[in-house]
Design a protein around this ligand. Structure first.
Ligand code: FES
Ligand SMILES: [Fe+2]
Length: 362
């Protein structure tokens, strides 16, 4: 933080947050599981890198680089054989670890490896880890790590600004009143779960006269929860409502070219037993989709035209500053190549407290 010429307190310029050429090493969504049947292979471009994803006969998903190490044919033209993938061009075959296991015109395959990436499936979605070894399991809510969830897909969207900026919306306390007219006095408590996950929890009791609160209270007299857990600055899980509902919304985003965002929403509810439990979950997930669609409409204009630059943070922006600082302390990769960003962008551990959270202009 520095004092600028107008005597305002301004923030250090972030190097990673809202940078169209950077993203954090982590888990990112690839495609809904149902879009990839056994034996199918498809091309995908994730964070600027061309990949292929296929599902072997054992139902396991494999993700590898798109171009054959022999002569560069696109492997999505190839064919799945058992757990392996055969290139269309000269029929070289690669196993699920990317190891070349057959070259038809040679007696022995060559010691060649196609780059593969860690992958997993949960919440009805296929995911990729953008580095060598996953540092965590897929994004989850720390307090509910052991639960299973019913899920329903919400929107699939593109926004005209960076995922970090879209993410920030959920902790932008001022805009709940100005854009969404909720009449809430929200103050968040921040807890850094570890260096890739941060949780913001509403610690204030919202005013009770807004329609939104009345709607939630119609379900229950229990306290109202609003908390958000962010992973890699790009995926969050919002927990909403009385806790007994067990209702959550995941916003899974990734960075497109030119600093844009492609995202999916996934509505999640703790699994309930029995036919009534399943029906109840189905009903709430459906209701959430209807209410949610209306709710997020308010933000569309903002994401279409914003050029994010938090020049004048005030106390009400405190959570946003904390979120920016949290993003700055993570491991930045370069969009397109997935190489580690330049060394001077990677904050050494001891410098992490340069990204202090204290503020403000008021
Ligand atoms: S380009 Fe793939 S086998 Fe030749
Ligand atoms: Fe919003």
């Amino acid at each position: 933080m520095t004092i600028n010429s107008q005597n305002n307190i301004s923030m250090r310029k972030p190097k990673i947050f809202n940078n169209p050429e950077r993203f954090i090493e982590g888990w990112y969504w690839v495609m809904p599981s149902q879009n990839l049947r056994i034996g199918e292979v498809k091309p995908v471009t994730i964070l600027g890198r061309n990949l292929v994803v296929y599902r072997g006969q054992d139902n396991r998903v494999v993700i590898c680089d798109a171009y054959c190490p022999h002569m560069g044919a696109h492997l999505a033209e190839g064919r799945v054989e058992g757990k392996e993938l055969r290139c269309f061009f000269h029929h070289w075959k690669f196993n699920e670890q990317g190891i070349c296991v057959e070259i038809p015109c040679l007696d022995e395959p060559l010691p060649i490896k196609l780059k593969t990436w860690p992958t997993d499936e949960e919440y009805g979605m296929i995911w990729i880890w953008t580095g060598e070894t996953p540092q965590h399991r897929l994004p989850y809510i720390p307090d509910l790590a052991e639960y299973e969830f019913d899920v329903a897909f919400g929107f699939h969207f593109v926004k005209n600004c960076h995922p970090n900026v879209v993410m920030m919306n959920a902790i932008d306390a001022q805009h709940f009143n100005t854009v969404h007219q909720l009449g809430l006095n929200i103050v968040f408590d921040k807890q850094e779960y570890h260096h890739n996950a941060i949780i913001f929890t509403n610690i204030t009791d919202p005013r009770r006269d807004s329609n939104f609160i009345k709607l939630i209270r119609a379900f229950s007299k229990h306290p109202i929860t609003y908390s958000i857990c962010y992973w890699y600055g790009s995926t969050n899980i919002v927990t909403l409502g009385p806790d007994f509902l067990g209702f959550h919304i995941m916003f899974a985003l990734r960075l497109l070219a030119e600093g844009k965002t492609e995202g999916r929403t996934i509505f999640m509810m703790k699994k309930r037993r029995g036919i009534l439990g399943r029906l109840f979950n189905k009903f709430v997930l459906w209701l959430a989709k209807v209410v949610g669609t209306n709710f997020v409409k308010g933000d569309s204009k903002i994401f279409q035209t914003i050029r994010f630059d938090l020049k004048t943070p005030i106390k009400a922006d405190h959570s946003i500053v904390q979120f920016i600082n949290h993003v700055e302390r993570q491991k930045p990769l370069m969009w397109g190549t997935w190489q580690l960003a330049r060394v001077r962008e990677v904050e050494p551990q001891e410098n992490h407290n340069k990204w202090r959270d204290d503020l403000t202009n008021d």
